[in-house]
Write a protein that binds this ligand. Sequence first.
Ligand SMILES: [Zn+2]
Length: 263
Amino acid sequence: MQLSKQNIRLGRIKTILISHLHGDHYFGLIGLISTMHLFHRKHKLTIFAPPELEKILNLQLKASETSLCYPLNFIPLSHHGLKEIHRDDQCTIQSFPLEHGIKCFGFLIKENPKLWRINKKMLPDNMLIQEIITLKKGENVLGEDGNIKYALEEFTLPPRNSRSYAYCSDTRYNEEIIPYVASVDLLYHEATFADEMEDRAALTHHSTATQAATIAKKASVKKLLLGHYSTRYKDPTPLLEEARKKFKETYLTYEGETIMLNE
Ligand SMILES: [Zn+2]
């Protein structure tokens, strides 16, 4: 329902990452899988999730006598440390453990290094396609005599920044996360409670906004997004204020909001 409200076409979704099996993080999944089936999806859907989810999905499909019209590719997550789980021509996805009482994973999505950009002002009319490709790869173009014909610095601009995003869904304050998310452009970290509830945060395997900001600061990330506020905070502004005392580049998130990352 949220995806359709945001006009996100279901057919464009190829991969789903499920951090852990508390209901608020996956109870909607069978509905989404079934809707894709009703829309006659043909292409594969890959789901990364804790292993127990596979049995749950299979039981739900069996009980409703549904034989999906598209391939469901389930990949169980059950590892320690940082692990690459996906790689394509645009990005890599790595996952890492969080501390949440039950098996729980964070995700790190990194764009692949980008090509050098041809400086159109400098482009000679007679440059060959193959020579342009060589420059875009970040190499000088050599002439037949082995000397530099087109120097990289002269005809190109450096590649744009490869953006990175780390998603830490539900977790207790845990400094083991820091190396995994170090220097990312954008970190999402849950912030369920305010400072006064720090004991409750530890007890329920959640974090305070200040703890999220501490992770952001220690990991030298560029920007921090908070979310997963306890329902006791009708207005999460106090959480933002507390976090900003520790890490200035902190922002609140709201359902349906789009956040753009500059290249
Ligand atoms: Zn949870």
